[in-house]
Design a protein around this ligand. Structure first.
Ligand SMILES: Nc1ncnc2c1ncn2[C@@H]1O[C@H](COP(=O)(O)OP(=O)(O)O)[C@@H](O)[C@H]1O
Ligand SMILES: [Mg+2]
Length: 249
């Protein structure tokens, strides 16, 4: 396997292309359990019939864990949005339709969103009263079991040469409430400084799915809290302020 064509670099992983294969190589510091969880999620989601690159191998390369996926040639929606800002409405339509399709799927063995959120809330630096309020809020949410991507953003969607969309990066997938998944996408746009797009996205999702905006907004403090666990220093301040908001008007 040749690792000389780097296609993306992250803090603790590198993504390479070798012909028809895409190889995600994780640093030694990366949790082995998280890497295997990503591969397992991917295998589970393949069974739902959604369009995603196939998982080919999980192996070690020079002592580092690596996941080998089918390489999808095309452009990410993030690249397309950069290149053609005037087509943003069209791209958001594609994105929302895809996310709605994800939410129609079920995968009973996938980790539960509520379990994950409860763990994340406990791991935050928030004071105990705020954590208590967030745990209580989470508990009061309706019990749903929809497949949620967990990091649904334009860099995780590739449109191939025929215009067929593929959804990548299932590391954070769970089953639970679609509104939580939507709140995370909204927040990710905001963290990227794209507030206007965030609002457009949320309006479009709510309109297409006939969801009251408040359902999504009710998840914002929980999702912000969970995101603050991995967020960098600047992001954390913003996320903590969101997590501390008890009610939206
Ligand atoms: N199977 C693939 N085919 C083509 N490009 C890919 C594939 N997987 C990842 N990429 C590219 O690498 C980038 C990062 O991969 P991703 O799995 O999303 O990692 P991360 O967890 O760091 O976000 C993607 O945004 C995409 O540009
Ligand atoms: Mg990604």
């Amino acid at each position: 396997m040749k690792l000389d064509n780097v296609i993306a670099v992250r803090k603790n992983k590198k993504i390479y292309r070798d012909g028809e294969k895409c190889i995600k190589v994780f640093d030694k510091s990366y949790s082995k359990a998280d890497i295997l969880n990503e591969a397992l999620n991917q295998a589970r989601i393949e069974e739902t019939g959604l369009n995603l690159p196939k998982l080919l191998e999980v192996k070690t390369i020079d002592g580092k864990w690596a996941i080998v996926y089918e390489y999808i040639s095309g452009k990410t929606l993030a690249e397309l949005m950069e290149e053609n800002p005037q087509r943003i409405d069209e791209y958001l339509e594609i994105m929302v339709d895809l996310q709605l399709e994800v939410h129609t799927k079920r995968s009973p063995l996938l980790n539960k969103l509520k379990d994950k959120m409860n763990r994340k809330i406990s791991q935050t630096t928030l004071d105990e009263t705020t954590r208590y309020d967030l745990h209580t809020r989470l508990e009061s949410m309706p019990k749903h079991n929809k497949v949620c991507h967990g990091d649904f953003n334009p860099s995780n969607i590739i449109i191939d040469e025929n215009g067929t969309p593929y959804i990548l990066d299932w590391a954070h997938a769970t089953q639970g409430n679609a509104s939580a998944d939507v709140a995370r996408t909204y927040l990710l746009f905001c963290l990227a400084g794209k507030n206007e797009i965030a609002e457009k996205y949320l309006d479009l999702f709510c309109e297409k799915s006939d969801t009251p905006k408040r359902y999504v907004q009710n998840w914002m403090p929980i999702v912000a809290a969970s995101q603050s666990v991995k967020g960098n220093e600047n992001e954390r301040e913003f996320l903590i302020s969101w997590a501390s908001v008890v009610d939206y008007d």
